[in-house]
Design a protein around this ligand. Sequence first.
Ligand code: 4AD
Ligand code: MG
Length: 482
Amino acid sequence: MVYKKIKIKRLLSDPVSGQNIKVNGWVRTKRESKNVVFVALNDGSGLANLQIVADPGKFSELLLKDITTGACISVNGTLVESHGKGQQVELQAESIEVLGKSDPDSYPLQPKKHSLEFLREIAHLRPRTNTFSAIYRIRHAMIFAVHQFFNEKGFLNIHTPIITASDAEGAGEMFRVSTLDPKNPPLLEDGTIDFSLDFFERETNLTVSGQLEAELGALALSEVYTFGPTFRAENSNTTRHLAEFWMIEPEMAFYDLEDNMDLAEEFLKYLIRYALEKCAEDLEFLNQRAAEEEMSRRQEDRYELSLIERLKFVIDNNFERITYTEAIQILMESKPNRKKKFQFLIERWGTDLQSEHERYLVEKHFRKPVILSDYPKEIKAFYMRMNEDGITVRAMDILFPGIGEIVGGSQREERMDQLRRRMQEMEINAEGLWWYLDTRKFGTAPHSGFGLGFERFLQFITGMNNIRDVIPFPRTPGNADF
Ligand code: 4AD
Ligand code: MG
């Protein structure tokens, strides 16, 4: 007899009774009686388990004993209509092989609800749960949609370096890359480390952003994007910060700030629409999960809309576009500011916005995503284009409900004089960035770009409150297990 190997999702999407098939997967649960054994099998291809039915008379007791929650099995059998509740079809097992036993007493994933905190401690096994397999599948679909979106628009994907010698954001929050002996590094006369003897013959770090190199791409290829890992050594233990996260950074020549906002809004809506269309089953599951979790939150912290309603709401509405100056006005006059409810009070123009302020604008004031533009130059990076007023720059941040900043971008300073002046003011080493400055010297052009934090975006899509739950193996201060 020939058994055709098939994934459970594919099988269940077009089940034909009488087929002889082979499935492989991990046992979620086993129920047995004298006359029959039922096994719920999952291979990660979808939420639904396949019900395996085995006649205990046909299999050795020893084999059946090894079929426990967590074990990996391979089953050959015939697909038949199911008379039981909860499934259309089931697999009548002809032969079963236990590929990997699992000790039922020490297996950490019991068929019950586990807390997210506990699951983080067993991140090597959490993809075997419904919640995390759904998140993994959505994450994959979103990666695919990112590439599809830009490919349809004719953007080129460029790989920007992960090891760099520059600090694109100028915030100094970098992880050093070095092969020097930490116990005995070569020293200069003044006692500092002599990096000229290091692997790259200079000081290097993991990149905080691929933007500067993406700009080089845009100023030759017109429209490019990079989608890679970025690293920040900021010691923030929040639900929105990772030390290693993925960022999508498009960079476009001949785009001004308006064009940049238009692209970002279209991009976000495209991704959300894609998720609603292609990940309906998983989103339905997470919607239910989020609704249950909401019930345990304080009334005033609850969302008015369900997860899926929030996704649809973002697609159906234009993002509100206002300047930083207008936002400060709104925030200064806001109730939480007047009643001193904000942790950081807004007292003057020029202060940086905290996530509580961003969320107030989005969730309470406008009740939709907001694009804030034209920030004070002091609180933004050196590469942003100076406005006529000489005090604000052509920056834009996109703020989302529940998250705050999800996108950061700007029109870039393409004028050599202004760029040099800003770098001087901000004490950015121009020598090290000679190649960046060269693009302003040889055929410079107006250009713009932005960065979407992939995990923050996934938090919005999946409704997960903690960013550590939307990346397979989170890296945070004090945490580099797995
Ligand atoms: O605002 P940021 O720092 O902007 C840049 O890096 C620019 N070079 C992007 C560009 O214009 N090409 O970061 C962009 C986004 C943020 O809006 C946020 O979504 C995400 O990256 N982000 C983080 N996500 C998780 N953990 C962190 N520590 C993050 N820091 C930023
Ligand atoms: Mg930012």
